[in-house]
Design a protein around this ligand. Structure first.
Ligand code: SAM
Length: 210
């Protein structure tokens, strides 16, 4: 096989695999495989996912109570804990205990343990009181949760009136949803749109609970 043929074969295989994987994910959203946890911290990801830049648009401030839903290995949990300061609190929630444990280690290594509560929980029944959260953050997580309506109802319950919700998605994630699809769901659920940052490859949406 000539070099060009081999190249065309490789590109075709990769494209076919990507299309198949993404279609399957769209049909059945699923949690990020724990065996691939390292991908979340891969240097290539960090090129477009600097923690401080990623959480920047969500308006975090000292003393806030912030929900990091789908915290994974805690890449953003530690940064959020820095931004809310010693008087703030971060609720780091994840369905997968192995990832939550990695998040705990990361936060501990950063000396921020007193600011973070870890919850092994699903998204539909959060172990948080009504109207107790200033900002809910979902980074590369919205598209992993099958029932957007149940998720958004639960977020509405825990957010304070006027509270913010930040949703960020990235194209390398096989569950990636374009911004208009997420906007439709979130706005139908009654959240007020607060703007979009980034581009089609990696974007963040801001919403307010009315
Ligand atoms: C792609 S990872 C992103 C992790 C982290 N936010 C980051 O960007 O590095 C998505 C995370 O959401 C979690 N997750 C998926 N479905 C969930 C659910 N229904 N409830 C809570 N966590 C969930 C997964 O276990 C996984 O850790």
């Amino acid at each position: 096989m000539g070099l060009l043929n081999a190249l065309a074969f490789g590109v075709g295989l990769l494209t076919g695999t990507q299309i198949g994987l993404r279609a399957a994910w769209r049909r059945t959203p699923r949690p990020h495989p724990r065996l691939l946890a390292q991908i979340l911290e891969h240097p290539l990801r960090l090129k477009y996912r600097q923690p401080a830049q990623t959480v920047g648009p969500f308006g975090l401030a000292e003393g806030m109570s912030v929900l990091d839903l789908g915290c994974g290995t805690g890449l953003f949990t530690a940064e959020i804990a820095r931004q809310v300061g010693a008087t703030g609190v971060v609720h780091a929630v994840d369905l997968q205990s192995e990832l939550l444990e990695q998040a705990r280690e990361r936060v501990q290594a950063a000396g921020l343990t007193t600011r973070v509560r870890f919850h092994h929980s699903g998204a539909y029944r959060l172990p948080l009181a009504d109207a107790s959260v200033d900002v809910a953050v979902l980074i590369a997580t919205f598209s992993e949760i099958p029932n957007g309506l149940l998720l958004l109802e639960e977020l509405r319950r825990v957010l304070k009136p006027g509270g913010r919700m930040g949703i960020s998605e990235e194209m390398p994630h096989p569950g990636y949803l374009p911004a208009p699809l997420i906007r439709r769901q979130v706005e139908e659920a009654g959240f007020r749109y607060g703007g979009q940052q980034g581009n089609g490859f990696c974007y963040s949406l801001l919403y307010f609970k009315e």
